[in-house]
Structure formats: C-alpha cells, structure tokens
Ligand binder design. Structure first.
Ligand SMILES: *[C@@H]1O[C@H](CO)[C@@H](O)[C@H](O)[C@H]1NC(C)=O
Ligand SMILES: *[C@@H]1O[C@H](CO)[C@@H](O)[C@H](O)[C@H]1NC(C)=O
Ligand SMILES: *[C@@H]1O[C@H](CO)[C@@H](O)[C@H](O)[C@H]1NC(C)=O
Length: 192
C-alpha cells in the first residue's frame, strides 16, 4: 500500500500534477460546463449531472489558481426527473449593454428529449418556467449529443443562441434563438 502510494506520488511528480491536500469531491456522470460569473475575479460556476441524475451547481470565488474556495456546496439546481440521463450540457452568460453580469442560462435535454433550460438568477427550470425554452417543446433527435449555446448581445435584442439537432430537421444543426425585444424563441436551420 505504502509502496503504491509512493509510486503514485512519483508519477504525479513526473507528470507535474499538483497533489492537492484539500479538494472538493466531484462525481460527474458526463460533461461539465463552466462559466465566469462576474467581471473581475474569475469567480466560476460549474454545472454537471451527478449519479442520481440531477444537475448540480458548484461555484468558486476565484479561478482555481487563485485558491478561492468552493462556496456553494453541492447544490441540486435541476431534479433528476427533468433531466435525461447522460445529457450533454452547455451554458451561456448574459451581460447588459452596460457590461453588468445578468445571469447564467444552462441547457440540457429532458428525459423525453425536449431541449431544456435552467435560468440561474431566478432558479427557474421545468414546465413552470414560462420564459425557459423548455416550454417551446423543441424535440431533440434521439441519441444526438450536439449542444452548444452562447449569448449574442451585439445583435440588437440581446439574444441567446442554442444549437442542437432538431427532430424537425435531423442531420443538421438547428438554432433556437431568444430575442429579448420580442421575448420569443424561434428556430432556424444552418443554411447551406
Ligand atoms: C442527488 O445528488 C446530489 C449530490 O450528491 C444531492 O445534492 C441531491 O440532493 C441528490 N438528489 C436526490 C433527489 O437525492
Ligand atoms: C435575470 O436575468 C434576466 C436576463 O437573463 C433579466 O431579464 C432579469 O431581470 C434577471 N432577474 C433577476 C431577478 O436578476
Ligand atoms: C427514442 O428512443 C427511445 C428508445 O429507443 C424510444 O422509446 C422513443 O420513442 C424514441 N423517440 C423518438 C422521438 O423517436
């Protein structure tokens, strides 16, 4: 046992791995997504699915290198019954035109293959979130894993753009776009 430990330590040294004395345990079953949540200090939000199927949020007060602590604990933000097991996961942050941080939007699939959203600043998700894309019931192609998102706030009507493989147009990428002037989601397919 002791020998194995020594060997592991030696390997860690060779690989230049920082052997942390104190670390926060993570048990993700799939992808994780991370976003900055403020302007100056590198504060970070991390989202991933855990073994029981729910989506968890972690948050640090600085970038890891700054040693800012993990201040949220393991917080379940979306319960398992609203999340497909093995879902891809992506997130976008919104900023006002004045440069003020305006929340994180997380995207994933529901168990029945509907493009779904969690809005962090109002803790909204599931069928009760009227402004979430979830309510549009945009269907995702079975076993498709493509999913991306970003905020496009240079375009008039600060927009969120979420790319996925839609059941309406299999074999290509469809973007769900949120227009903040009209407060409406719409779909458009990758043009030829
Ligand atoms: C699922 O696991 C997470 C992380 O351990 C925990 O916070 C959450 O409460 C669990 N959910 C249920 C319904 O047990
Ligand atoms: C949350 O962010 C949205 C933009 O995504 C904004 O319209 C709304 O006012 C914010 N709400 C709160 C309570 O911060
Ligand atoms: C997706 O696959 C599952 C399991 O194979 C099946 O039950 C379901 O009907 C499929 N959904 C669609 C929309 O084809």
């Amino acid at each position: 046992m002791q020998l194995l430990k020594l060997a592991a330590t030696a390997i860690a040294f060779i690989a230049g791995v920082e052997a942390a004395v104190n670390f926060f345990p993570v048990d993700a079953v799939g992808e994780a997504v991370a976003v900055r949540n403020d302007k100056g200090k590198g504060a970070t939000q991390l989202y991933y699915q855990v073994r029981n199927g729910s989506i968890i949020r972690l948050c640090t007060t600085t970038a890891f290198i700054g040693n800012g602590n993990q201040k949220c604990g393991l917080q379940e933000v979306v319960p398992a019954n609203e999340v497909m097991y093995g879902t891809p996961i992506t997130a976008a942050t919104l900023w006002t035109s004045a440069g003020v941080f305006h929340g994180t939007h997380v995207y994933y699939y529901s168990p029945d293959g509907v493009l779904s959203e969690y809005i962090n600043n109002i803790s909204a998700h599931g069928p009760s979130c009227t402004q979430c894309v979830t309510n549009q019931r945009f269907g995702v192609v079975n076993s498709s894993v493509i999913l991306y998102s970003f905020a496009d706030f240079k375009t008039p009507g600060m927009q969120l753009r979420v790319g996925f493989e839609s059941v309406g147009s299999p074999g290509t990428i469809t973007e769900a776009t949120f227009n903040s002037n009209t407060n409406k989601w719409s779909l458009s397919v990758l043009p030829n």
